[in-house]
Design a protein around this ligand. Structure first.
Ligand code: KG4
Ligand code: ZN
Length: 343
């Protein structure tokens, strides 16, 4: 539809400078600059380095997005930006840039929640979200189960990790196994040559009756297992360790997600966040959803990891829902609660 607003979304909560452009739920561009290589040797994202990289990448990434969309700045009807949660300094760069574009272009600004954006992005590929749906967000910074009656207005937290996020556990275990950062994609790849049943690693909070997660015990168990074999001078079959670890994470994630669907009587499950790119998670979720009669939605891997189109998608929902734009003095909130969809 031509009269749907064109929304430019800016994402800088971690190490990706993402700029996406949508018209309604049609994605027109999704440009990304990543500073991941600058963090690799530290084995984790260095906030100061990420902030500087955002500052350098911001304008060029906006220009690239406009070029891909075949648009000019004057064609943009609204600006959306991740206002939190995330790294403070990194968020500040995106929020400051978004304010400048909003002010300069005379268009409304929408400060949005990063987690809700991970949910909203699925609409760019699979159409409007069923109301309600259950969303499981699994990334380097968060692992949450959400009940989503309306992604533009109402997101309810059902459970989250009590310690490490799922992606964090992938990254830490990868490090133990000598795989590069970020470890998730490497574990996914290496695990294809191993057996998920080779080692029985613990499944934290598996049957505790809650919708919370815990991955720190699993991470420690893998480290101890590897350490014990190394001390004994035994060789380690890395693919088996990777596959068994991955199996434990994926088993707990899918079990809890389906438990949430059953408890709340919801027939649609959405999985998002970087870990949703994991091939074993996608396969097991598909199997278990089919068995439970639950419809599964997972964005394609490139839209699961942090990007600007997800922010633009949520911005577009806010515009469509007639939500008040954000004032120009909004802060960047590193611990913005998941229930606050926009600020
Ligand atoms: O959503 P995201 O890009 O950034 C955050 O908001 O954290 O997620 C990044 C996380 C990293 O921990 C990375 O290792 C993990 O997602 N990840 C994966 C895969 N691809 C990315 N984890 C497991 N399997 C994958 N294929
Ligand atoms: Zn994310």
């Amino acid at each position: 539809m031509r009269d749907e607003p064109v929304v430019l979304g800016i994402e800088t909560s971690c190490d990706e400078t993402g700029v996406g452009i949508v018209r309604g739920h049609t994605m027109l561009a999704n440009a990304i600059a990543s500073s991941v290589e600058q963090h690799a040797r530290f084995g984790g994202v260095v906030p100061e380095v990420a902030s500087r990289a955002h500052l350098e990448a911001m304008t060029p990434t906006v220009e690239r997005a406009l070029e891909r969309a075949g648009l000019r700045l004057a064609d943009i009807d609204a600006i959306a930006v991740t206002a939190g949660p995330g790294l403070s300094g990194a968020l500040l760069v995106g929020v400051a840039a978004a304010k400048a574009y909003s002010l300069g272009l005379g268009v409304p600004l929408y400060g949005v929640n990063h987690l809700a954006a991970h949910v909203a992005v699925d609409q760019l590929e699979h159409g409007p979200l069923p109301k309600p749906c259950i969303a499981m967000l699994v990334s380097g910074g968060h692992s949450s189960l959400l009940l989503v009656p309306d992604v533009a207005r109402d997101v309810i937290s059902l459970g989250s990790t009590v310690d490490d996020a799922a992606g964090e556990a992938f990254d830490k275990v990868a490090r133990v196994l000598g795989l590069p950062f970020p470890g998730g994609p490497h574990i996914d790849r290496v695990a294809r040559d191993g057996s998920g049943a080779a080692i029985a690693f613990p499944r934290g909070k598996y049957d505790d009756g809650t919708l919370d997660f815990s991955f720190s015990g699993l991470k420690t168990a893998v480290a101890r297992w590897v350490e014990a074999r190394e001390k004994a001078g035994e060789s380690i079959h890395v693919p088996d360790v990777a596959a068994s670890f991955q199996e434990a994470v994926v088993d707990v994630l899918t079990r809890k997600a389906l438990r949430a669907c059953a408890e709340y009587g919801v027939g649609d499950l959405l999985i998002g966040g970087g870990v949703a790119a994991n091939s074993r998670l996608r396969a097991m979720a598909q199997e278990r959803c089919e068995a439970a009669g639950v419809r599964l939605r997972v964005p394609s891997p490139g839209l699961c990891t942090d990007n600007g189109a997800m922010v633009a998608a949520l911005g577009s929902d806010l515009v469509a829902a007639g939500v008040e734009p954000s004032p120009l003095d909004i802060p960047a909130d590193s611990s913005l609660p998941v229930t606050t969809v926009h600020v």
